[in-house]
Design a protein. Structure first.
Ligand code: FES
Length: 616
């Protein structure tokens, strides 16, 4: 490997913009992008330590000047990726100011929060509007009620026929008097139907929105200014429903067992939203009653459990939702005590296992209006997949199991400090990168995926997923053969960290299910993988998986890196957009109505494709 060439007569300083991390730094020209990023505290994965061998430090040059590609870049990246602007951060040196894009897969775990919030831009057009009002106080000659006084004022300002819910009417008298008969009347702007008075805020107060991604495991919340569109704060918590069932099916069974259990599941979801609202408002010093609109997205089971819709039919074939259209209700109807009279919008669902969270993700990545042929995956215990081609949307859902969350894997763990997040086979041995650069103690999802891909590349695994017993990296253990990734002397807990046949099998099942789902959708549209213009991968695991590994084991189709976009929490981004844009709500309805749901279990070709896709 030839070292990166020095720059001749470089200017003293060069500016480097690292996007979307939002870091802008001045460094000595001639520094490698990796060294410059590290000096700014931006963690880029660099398993081989900067020798140009591992390919984990990929970045894309957006504008500016870097030194010409080194031999190492040509050999690791190939001409196609280089032509696409892809570079190795450890090899490319600054030859002037430059802006580079750091793909999610190249970012080390502690930096990942910074990447949240990516998505297509929307025009600010929220579902509520704040109208400044100043009222004449009542007197002997004017005995109108408080509500009539306010609604008359709104009518004078061209907001006719505004209705007000009992909950809002209750709050008006003290507010009007405390605020000296002035304030900001928040009026809804429905796409259809009459506008409603949502709240009367103090003069000058900013109306806020709360976007919630109600996941089976985690709940994420975003507090948003409805006037500027700015995300003021974000937070997350575990879904307390976990105490009543680990996964969707066990929670459905629990809800079916008794009305009390169903009520506990509903209350658990509502309380997690309430506590996130309180936390975010406390952190941003905004009173919770400034929240006037909320959007909740979740899979169909979470949607039904929160809204109190029956779930029995979701758990039984053919798994149909109780209701699929968008819902708009008062937050208090969902038991959201901290959001009072705020309205709560729940986008439509597509099917029993393709929920409103997937609809939100599709909106966030621009799938609703694209002319391109695009595939989008949200990888989790259940993976939702959608394909749009010539404006026609096809969606399916496939059971991919918990292996990518580190579950059912011998040495598996969640993506926490000490977890191996990346593995590379270099110079005849495995090198690993851990979260937080700590001594390794286990494998998280992206680490297991890498381990399987790299063990296969090293020849320690056969195409069928068996361990090659005579391979020098495979040892005999009392539990059978195992591929040693990290020797005990280098591990945080002193034991070997190994990959076993059973682990490989879990990954084969998961990736086989995902790939078979992709292939069925492509076949249904009469397409081959090479016809795809773009592939969007969302979800916690999907965003940080190594694309090379995923392509190497056949989980994702082999396409140029530039065709892939890893987007973070697409559902959360979509929920924020649904708060900010009425148009997104119209598009959501359109998407769900026009989606063609493909039920994989009744497709005769699914089983064959699944078996084929299990091979490594
Ligand atoms: S750190 Fe750049 S190729 Fe390994």
């Amino acid at each position: 490997v030839r070292p990166a060439p020095p720059v001749s007569s470089p200017p003293a300083l060069a500016r480097l913009d690292l996007q979307p991390l939002g870091r802008r730094i001045s460094v000595g020209a001639g520094s490698t992008v990796l060294a410059a990023a590290q000096s700014a505290g931006a963690g880029i994965i660099a398993i081989c330590g900067g020798s140009g061998k591992c390919g984990t430090c990929r970045v894309r040059l957006v504008r500016g000047t870097l030194t010409p590609p080194t031999d190492a870049e040509v050999s690791v990246l190939g001409a196609g990726a280089l032509a696409d602007g892809m570079r190795l951060a450890c090899q490319a040196r600054l030859a002037g100011d430059a802006e580079v894009d750091v793909p999610a897969g190249s970012v080390s775990a502690p930096q990942r929060l910074a990447l949240e919030g990516e998505g297509v831009a929307v025009v600010l057009d929220p579902a509520v509007e704040a109208v400044d009002v100043r009222l004449v106080s009542p007197g002997p000659g004017d005995l109108r009620s408080d509500a009539a006084r306010l609604l008359d004022e709104l009518a004078d300002r061209r907001h006719d026929d505004v209705a007000a819910a009992l909950e809002v009417l209750r709050s008006l008298p003290p507010r009007l008097r405390n605020q000296g008969w002035a304030g900001r009347a928040v009026v809804s702007r429905p796409v259809r139907g009459a506008p409603e008075l949502r709240a009367l805020l103090p003069p000058g107060a900013t109306p806020l929105g709360l976007a919630i991604d109600l996941g089976t495991t985690k709940v994420a919340a975003y507090l948003v200014s409805l006037e500027s569109g700015e995300v003021l704060g974000r937070s997350g918590t575990m879904n307390p429903q976990i105490a009543l069932g680990e996964d969707v099916l066990s929670r459905i069974a629990r809800a079916n067992s008794s009305a009390t259990s169903a009520a506990r599941l509903q209350a658990g979801a509502a309380s997690s939203i309430d506590s996130l609202a309180v936390e975010l408002c406390g952190r941003t010093r905004c009173p919770p009653d400034r929240i006037v609109d909320a959007v909740v997205v979740g899979n169909t089971a979470m949607h039904h459990l929160l809204t109190g819709l029956p779930v029995r039919q979701l758990g039984e074939a053919p798994h149909v939702p109780a209701a699929s259209a968008a819902l708009e209700v008062l937050a208090s109807e969902l038991g959201l005590q901290r959001l009072g009279s705020a309205s709560c919008y729940l986008p439509p669902v597509i099917a029993g296992f393709v929920g409103a969270d997937h609809v939100a993700m599709l909106l966030a990545c621009g799938m609703a209006e694209t002319r391109a042929t695009m595939l989008a995956l949200d990888i989790g215990t259940n993976t939702e997949i959608s394909l749009v081609h010539r404006g026609r949307l096809r969606s399916c859902s496939t059971a991919s199991g918990p292996a990518f969350e580190g579950a059912h894997i011998g040495e598996g763990m969640r993506a926490a400090p000490g977890a191996i997040e990346h593995v590379r086979y270099l110079d005849g041995r495995f090198s690993v990168q851990t979260i937080g650069d700590l001594a390794p103690i286990g494998l998280c999802g992206s680490g297991v995926l890498d381990a399987v891909a790299e063990a296969r590349r090293a020849g320690a695994l056969t195409e069928r997923g068996s361990l090659a017993r005579d391979h020098r990296l495979v040892s005999s253990t009392p539990d059978g053969p195992a591929c040693v990734l990290v020797e005990g002397k280098n591990a945080g807990h002193g034991r070997d960290i190994v990959l076993r046949r059973a682990d490989v099998n879990e990954i084969q099942l998961a990736k086989g299910a995902i790939r078979a789902g992709i292939d069925v959708l492509l076949a249904d549209a009469g397409l081959a993988a090479g016809d795809l213009d773009e592939v969007v991968v969302a979800g916690a695991f999907g965003t940080y998986l190594d694309l090379d590994s995923a392509m190497a084991i056949g989980m994702l189709p082999r396409l140029p890196h530039g065709a892939y976009r890893q987007v973070g929490n697409g559902a959360g981004q979509g929920a924020v957009q649904l708060l900010l844009s009425r148009r997104q709500r119209v598009l959501a309805q359109q998407l769900a109505r026009e989606a063609n749901y493909v039920e994989l279990t009744v497709r005769r070709d699914f089983a064959d494709r699944f078996v084929k896709a299990m091979h490594l």
